[in-house]
Design a binder for this molecule. Structure first.
Ligand code: ACO
Length: 325
């Protein structure tokens, strides 16, 4: 049966130049490199400059992805930006990136699912592309979490970083089998009962301020491993695949211990896991496309391979996608 698939035709990323090491944080709050590395695997993170809002960080990743795809930006008729740190309450960061790319056709909007944002945005783009609603989509995860961190709170400020990653997707015919190139499955979930476990304590509609990130780390950790394994099990049930069939597991990069525990639960060998959390920290919606871009650029992820992505974030939200690269 001939169907439409969303094929990844390009991938790119951007990290701000400034690197903040654990030692630098230990000079500001009561923490240590040893504590951060042991509990999270994080050694450093990138922090955007004052004149680098999310739209600029996202634009640079988008430009890299478009160059990698080798297409004219005007071919793109859908832009979705996953971000929890937009430049402004409105307009959407996606529209600013659209204008900066010189694109005047199609639609551009933001998706807000915090750390799961890229998976939600990819699932949304896939629905448009596979139903003929768009022909070429740019999906960007872009964040400047440094702006919403309480730099006095050692329990959260050591965890996050800034950056962006992007993919270009094109609708292309497939046979409707797992051998097709493109997005093969997506699963997204939310459960708003857990909103107080991970949230920002301000907003335009409530406090009229931006607010700071607040988190019950232990609770988030517990739910993350359970929910992430659940979403991937749905993928395995739907496709008949197992962890051993996955060429590259590219999880949201929140914490090395969550990544290892999830891979172990799913029977995925650690040599097939792409890890960037040590150098990027948790870049929320940007973490998966940053990791994809790195493994694509260095030749680990090759065309035709099976790539599994998953994420969990505030809300809670969580989800996964299986892609034949
Ligand atoms: N340096 C030193 N000590 C610290 C620090 C720090 N940076 N942060 C917390 N501590 C202390 C705490 O105050 C506590 O001290 P106490 O025992 O005297 O009260 C002690 O360390 C233990 O704190 P816990 O919170 O119990 O430590 P835990 O082992 O749970 O590790 C962590 C904390 C790393 C946040 C962990 O819970 C975690 O990774 N949770 C998941 C959070 C996450 O990934 N969030 C990202 C967003 S959601 C997502 O992306 C999946």
């Amino acid at each position: 049966m001939s169907i439409l698939r969303s094929q990844v035709v390009g991938c790119g990323s951007y990290l701000p130049a400034r690197i903040v090491t654990n030692a630098e944080l230990a000079a500001r709050v009561d923490t240590s490199d040893e504590w951060i590395v042991q509990r999270t695997g994080i050694r450093q993170r990138h922090v955007a400059a004052d004149d680098e809002p999310t739209s600029i960080v996202g634009l640079k990743a988008a430009q890299a992805a478009i160059t990698d795809a080798g297409i004219d930006p005007t071919e793109i008729d859908l832009i979705i930006v996953a971000t929890a740190t937009p430049d402004h309450t409105f307009p959407a960061t996606a529209t600013q990136i659209q204008a900066a790319l010189g694109i005047t056709g199609g639609a551009a909007f933001d998706v807000q699912a915090v750390c799961s944002g890229f998976v939600f945005a990819l699932a949304t783009a896939d629905k448009f592309l596979t139903t003929g609603g768009a022909r070429a989509a740019l999906v960007i995860g872009a964040e400047t979490f440094s702006r919403i961190l309480d730099w006095e709170d050692r329990a959260t400020c050591v965890l996050f970083g800034d950056g962006a990653g992007a993919v270009v997707l094109k609708a292309a015919p497939g046979e409707g089998t797992l051998a097709d190139r493109g997005i093969l499955t997506t699963h997204i979930r939310s459960d708003g009962r857990y909103k107080d476990k991970l949230y920002v304590d301000g907003g335009a509609g409530s406090t009229k301020t931006v607010g700071f990130l607040r988190m019950e780390g232990k609770e988030v950790f517990r739910h993350a491993v359970t929910n992430l394994a659940e979403t991937v099990r749905h993928t395995f049930e739907q496709t008949g695949l197992s962890g051993a069939d996955i060429d590259w597991f590219v999880p949201h990069q929140a914490n090395r211990r969550i990544i290892d525990a999830t891979a172990d639960k799913l029977g995925i060998s650690h040599d097939h896991v792409v890890v960037t959390v040590d150098r990027h920290g948790n870049t929320s919606a940007a973490s998966i496309p940053l990791a994809l871009a790195e493994a694509h650029a260095d030749g680990r992820i090759k065309q035709g391979q099976l790539v599994l992505i998953e994420a969990m974030g505030g809300g809670f939200t969580w989800g996964s996608a299986l892609i034949r690269w």
